[in-house]
Design a protein around this ligand. Structure first.
Ligand SMILES: Cc1ncc(COP(=O)(O)O)c(C=O)c1O
Length: 378
């Protein structure tokens, strides 16, 4: 058996049906969707059809879907676009992806006051903590739906209810779309973001879904596309791919989740039996089954990553490795994870395309590497 891919939170392969749907819009239907002639109108119809289907699947209206290059751009657009001018107060979780955390740091530098909600040992925010932390000048609250490192599901709907419309609410739903039900109308947030490549769609497209009437300022200027909120020629083929991948993911969500849950349980029990001591960073139950963050105390994440790769298992570290040192993940740090679990944390993430035989083999390879490194003294 060749290399086994357990890094599906980083990205996923494009499904053949998605690629088939996209292909005509790269070669045959090549008009600019802003052009008024026949070629342009044909492209425009495909683009608007993709927008309508995306909106319907996410409980939104077509004019509430802004296609972007992905979640990073969508998060930046939401944060800078909804924050307005300083001074004002922004409130966020401390476990956000860097594409939210970094804009927040920049907004703080620009004169906003940014506060962080506490999280428990699984990284979950408590909705009861929200009201006491709001200030009269709170303009934006930002909490993700599913954590990229641990799979923890945040209580976004409850948070939005407690907020009672006193500020805008942006939710990074990148690791949630296609894995758990995500609907703008149901969550009660102002905006949500995602990337198509996380659910077997193409790279280079995502969206910010933002409520009609929200005071969103553009971040780029120069065209009238997407009501001027994200100008520039829309990538029609990518939008078609996003819509088809999303349709599939929503249709097959229950089946995919059940399959992945079984794979994860199997993988985890194998590793626990063959590579103890192993610690689970994140929820044992109740999170999305796609993500498994495991620590191997006594070992270093950078050595594990390299040796897993050599053994034919692709995963990622739960910590950042740079210039020979392991920088603990801010997500795990915020959860209060002890040091030896911070520096040995590895993220395994699953997809419905994996077979039980592949997952079995991956677990065997992981356990073998861990045992060998422990014998060698780390
Ligand atoms: C939670 C979360 N938000 C945002 C992003 C950024 O997505 P992209 O790199 O597609 O812009 C990621 C990607 O890993 C993510 O996991």
């Amino acid at each position: 058996m060749g290399p086994i891919y357990l890094d599906n939170n980083a990205t996923t392969p494009v499904l053949p049906a998605v690629w088939d749907a996209m292909r005509p819009f790269l070669a045959d239907v090549y008009g600019n969707p802003a052009s008024s002639h026949h070629f342009g109108r044909k492209a425009r119809r495909a683009l608007e059809d993709a927008r309508e289907r995306t909106a319907a699947l996410l409980g939104a209206r077509p004019d509430e879907v802004i296609f972007t290059s992905g979640a990073t751009e969508a998060n930046n657009l939401a944060l800078f676009g909804l924050a307005g001018d300083p001074p004002a107060h922004l409130l966020a979780s401390p476990v956000e992806h860097p594409s939210v955390a970094e804009p927040l740091r920049q907004l703080a530098e620009a004169g906003f006051r940014v506060d962080y909600l506490p999280v428990d040992s699984t990284g979950a925010v408590d909705p009861d903590d929200l009201p006491g932390r709001l200030r009269p000048d709170t303009r934006l609250v930002c909490v993700m739906l599913v954590n990229h490192e641990t799979g923890t599901i945040e209580p976004v709907r409850d948070l939005a209810r407690r907020l009672e419309g006193r500020a805008a609410f942006h939710c990074d739903a990148t690791q949630a779309v296609g894995k758990v039900p995500v609907r703008l109308d149901d969550l009660g947030v102002t905006s949500l973001s995602f990337s198509a490549h996380k659910f077997h769609g193409p790279k280079g497209i995502g969206a910010l879904v933002v409520r009609r009437g929200a005071p969103l300022r553009p971040r780029t200027w120069g065209g009238h596309q997407q009501q001027g909120r994200r100008p520039g020629t829309e990538p029609v083929a990518l939008a078609v791919g996003l819509a088809v991948a999303l349709e599939r993911a929503v249709e097959e969500m229950d089946r995919r989740c059940a399959l992945i849950r079984e794979l994860r349980t199997h993988f985890l029990s194998h590793i626990r039996a063959a590579a103890a001591p192993v610690a689970l960073n994140g929820p044992e139950e109740g999170g999305v089954p796609h993500t498994l963050n495991l620590a191997f105390p006594g070992l270093r994440a950078d050595a594990l990553l390299m040796n897993f790769d050599l053994a034919g298992v692709a995963c990622s570290t739960g910590a950042t490795c740079s210039s020979g040192s392991v920088l603990p993940s801010p997500v795990l740090r915020a959860m209060g994870v002890p040091d030896d679990r911070l520096t040995s944390a590895m993220r395994f993430s699953f997809s419905p395309l994996l077979t039980p035989a592949e997952v079995d083999e991956a677990a065997r390879r992981v356990a073998e590497v861990v045992t060998r490194l422990r014998r060698a003294g780390g």
